[in-house]
Design a protein. Structure first.
Length: 318
């Protein structure tokens, strides 16, 4: 991929979404209920919006995360992590007296989740009123990317008021309907097969049915859609063409975070060159997802050079 030097690239990307602290417990042996279990306990900065923003920053895109966080210990760690990863929080808000968004879960000895506790009430403060104070800044960005973890009311407001290209990450089947009212206002959406099935009303079972679902979603007025089909690659579609891009040869280490990395790569591709072809953007997304799958981290140490190296494997394998 030929890319411009971002030091010469003007503009920035705004990500509107969640940032949370993940706390996890992983017992070493079969779980003993209602007792202390020996194992590992860890913490990691997460949240779809933050993960995408961190990937974008690693790809050298000037990135502002519009979110909320508390003045508790976790909030301090979240802000420090953003600073270390060059994510700008100048448009975010520290909410005094509030708990930062936190997700705690415990797995069994095989790694399957037994129970989780979701404490993300602070995200309800990302309201239309909160966003209105930042509208001029958002509308001066190159792209506004929305994470479906924020409320449908907030997403509807963004759809009505944002004038720059809107990109969306559907997050999950439960959260994807948050985009239902503004599908026709989206520049780019990246759902997986289940989420695209829900939004389009077309059950996706193969590439052909994915193309039907893509057409339904494009008929709303949406400009571009990238439907992740897992091991079957990604369907890239706009009003002129549909292209299927297969997966890269990948030694999978960790499946967590590949979707966020792919969404960031699609955004990065458009940021560098809004006229880039569907197929090339699809390849960039698949290359980035492959890098994430081969990393032990939820957000890999991705760089433009690593993406280019991964893309080069396509030509060497032919």
């Amino acid at each position: 991929m030929d890319s411009q030097n971002l030091k010469q690239q003007s503009g920035y990307v705004v990500v509107v979404g969640g940032m949370n602290m993940d706390i996890f417990g992983m017992p070493s042996q079969k779980v003993i209920q209602r007792d202390s279990n020996i194992g590992k306990v860890g913490m990691a900065v997460g949240g779809v919006g933050q993960n995408i923003a961190q990937n974008l920053a690693h790809l050298e895109v000037p990135t502002h995360l519009i979110t909320v966080y508390g003045d508790d210990y976790n909030g301090h760690l979240l802000a420090k992590s953003c600073e270390e990863n060059h994510i700008m929080l100048d448009q975010a808000e520290l909410v005094k007296g509030s708990r930062s968004s936190t997700y705690m879960y415990i797995t069994d000895e095989t790694g399957d989740m037994l129970v989780g506790v979701n404490d993300m009430a602070i995200c309800e403060q990302i309201t239309p009123e909160f966003l209105a104070k930042r509208l001029d800044f958002i509308n001066n960005a190159a792209i506004c990317l929305i994470d479906a973890n924020i409320s449908q009311e907030a997403i509807d407001w963004l759809g009505d008021n944002v004038t720059v290209p809107l990109f969306g990450d559907t997050v999950s089947v439960v959260k994807a309907p948050h985009f239902a009212h503004i599908l026709g206002k989206m520049d780019t959406l990246k759902p997986n097969a289940l989420e695209a099935s829900l939004l389009s009303g077309v059950e996706i079972t193969d590439t052909a049915s994915a193309e039907k679902a893509a057409k339904v979603l494009l008929d709303t007025g949406m400009k571009n859609i990238y439907i992740s089909l897992g091991a079957d690659g990604i369907l890239c579609a706009n009003h002129e063409e549909m292209v299927h891009v297969p997966i890269f040869k990948t030694d999978i280490v960790n499946a967590n975070g590949a979707g966020d990395c792919g969404m960031a790569a699609i955004t990065w591709s458009h940021f560098l060159d809004p006229n880039r072809s569907l197929e090339e953007t699809g390849k960039i997304a698949q290359a980035a997802s492959s890098i994430a799958l081969e990393s032990t981290k939820s957000v890999p140490d991705i760089t433009p050079e690593l993406v280019n190296q991964k893309l080069a494997t396509l030509t060497t394998s032919k």
